[in-house]
Design a protein around this ligand. Structure first.
Ligand code: GDP
Ligand code: MG
Length: 426
């Protein structure tokens, strides 16, 4: 059985936390896109962990974790992340971690390119893309230019190293144009020798592995990084990631394009948050923003950047649910709204005096104004609630209203960051 867990909003919905919870029923957890720009915070009985490249299933002893072919892997970062988790008592071996031979390697010069371009944009336009500066956009661009190294090549270094001089010469044309020091071939050899070697035993044909696992009746979960609105096609371009974050891409990015997803669970936040630049129609400013940001602890897990916040956005969330083909929703961080006597929901956008309810094309988003409606809050601590009956009436009303407005069932409600802090609604 194949299940996908994906983000409905702008990311940071609590996907890592929900994968950590739901993975108890799964044999395999697989990341299928993105790189170490992800930041999933997971808190469980083993401690607090921040995961950038590793699937959140790595925190369970009996789950096999896969880094799929749709990913871009910074091998230095991966080695450091593995070491950091091992220090925290997590077991990581080729038995429970498998890396696709077809996954692309993020290079140090991709990280440099990302920084050079964000800085150029800042100077030239004052409007950088809000990149995490970890080389993700440049390495995906190189992938489509077919000028990358893939993980499987690390198993055959002689052949791999022969390709270095030409790729480096080509990349240096760009680096020099930005006025930076060119990269040397030896630095690249050194990168592969230092970090690639440590990862050799983990590299396999993960598509074959996943097909076998599926045949044996194993339960496989696909874990997305980032939300629907950061998808390279469907998101708020160019303020998106550079990969497909949507569930329909999961079988491809995992390496099993022949298999179909049985269930898509969308992770949706009870309010809105958005890290970095780009249109964010429902945004709160001033004191209103500070209050919600502090209550939700909205600071980036990967970068520490303060996240922009706002109330729940029906227009964007309905679009996100459609993009993800979500069968059911896990609503997260409902407890953050405990502080309000009265809650706002963004139910529509206003564009040039017209009310719109469908998410518009990106270029007009900047001119859209939010339409807020008020509902009663519960204004009490719900973090100890474990059953629907435990929740106050106003909280249940809020959940049911979101279900109605978004046209999707809410199955799970999370009321705290800890593994057990959740309610199953039906
Ligand atoms: P992800 O990138 O989608 O995995 O989400 P992040 O980890 O970046 O952001 C979610 C943050 O909210 C993390 O710090 C979690 O520990 C925390 N969190 C997740 N679910 C809940 C919840 O239900 N309530 C509260 N208060 N915090 C939560
Ligand atoms: Mg995150």
């Amino acid at each position: 059985m194949l299940t996908s867990i994906c983000g409905i909003n702008w990311g940071d919905e609590g996907k890592g936390r929900m994968v950590d919870l739901l993975s108890s029923d799964f044999d395999v957890v697989c990341r299928y896109q993105g790189g170490n720009n992800a930041g999933h915070t997971v808190i469980n009985e083993k401690g607090k962990f921040i995961l950038n490249l590793l699937p959140s299933g790595i925190l369970r002893d009996d789950v096999v974790n896969v880094l799929g072919c749709g990913m871009v892997i910074d091998i230095k970062h991966l080695c450091e992340e593995i070491a950091r988790l091992r220090e925290g008592g997590i077991k990581i071996t080729p038995e429970n971690l498998k890396i696709s031979d077809k996954a692309v390697i993020t290079m140090p010069y991709n990280v440099l390119q990302d920084i050079m371009e964000e800085d150029r944009l800042t100077k030239a336009t004052g409007k950088p893309y809000g990149s995490t500066r970890r080389g993700i956009a440049p390495v995906y661009a190189d992938k489509y230019l077919k000028k990358v190294f893939r993980m499987g090549e690390l198993l055959n270094p002689e052949l791999m190293y022969k390709r270095i001089p030409d790729i480096v010469a080509w990349k240096n044309m760009t680096i020099k144009a930005y006025g930076f020091e060119p990269v040397k071939d030896e630095e690249i050899v050194n990168y592969f020798e230092t970090y690639g070697k440590q990862l050799k035993d983990y590299i396999i044909d993960t598509g074959l592995y996943l097909n076998e696992a599926n045949k044996q009746g194993k339960k496989i979960m696909f874990e997305a990084q980032l939300g629907a609105l950061r998808d390279i096609d469907f998101g708020i371009v160019p303020y998106t990631s550079s990969s497909s974050t949507i569930a329909a891409y999961a079988p491809i990015g995992a390496g099993v394009p022949n298999l179909k997803i049985d269930n898509s669970i969308g992770i949706m936040k009870a309010y809105s948050s958005c890290v970095g630049a780009g249109p964010f129609t429902c945004e709160y400013f001033g004191e209103k923003a500070v209050k919600l940001r502090e209550a939700g602890g909205e600071y980036g897990a990967a970068t520490g950047r303060p996240r922009r916040v706002g109330p729940f956005d029906v227009v964007a969330s309905r679009y996100g649910i459609r993009c993800q083909g979500a069968d059911e929703i896990a609503l997260t961080k409902l407890d953050v709204l405990d502080i309000y006597e009265e809650l706002e929901i963004c139910t529509a956008y206003e564009l040039n005096g017209k009310i719109i309810k469908e998410f518009p094309f990106t270029d007009v988003l900047d001119e859209c104004k939010p339409v807020f409606e008020k509902v009663k809050g519960w204004n009490c601590d719900i973090s100890k609630c474990r059953k629907p009956e435990d929740l106050p009436k106003e909280a249940l009303d809020y959940i049911h209203l979101l279900e109605k407005l978004c046209e999707c069932k809410i199955k799970y409600v999370s009321v705290g960051a800890e593994r057990e802090a959740y309610v199953v609604m039906y």
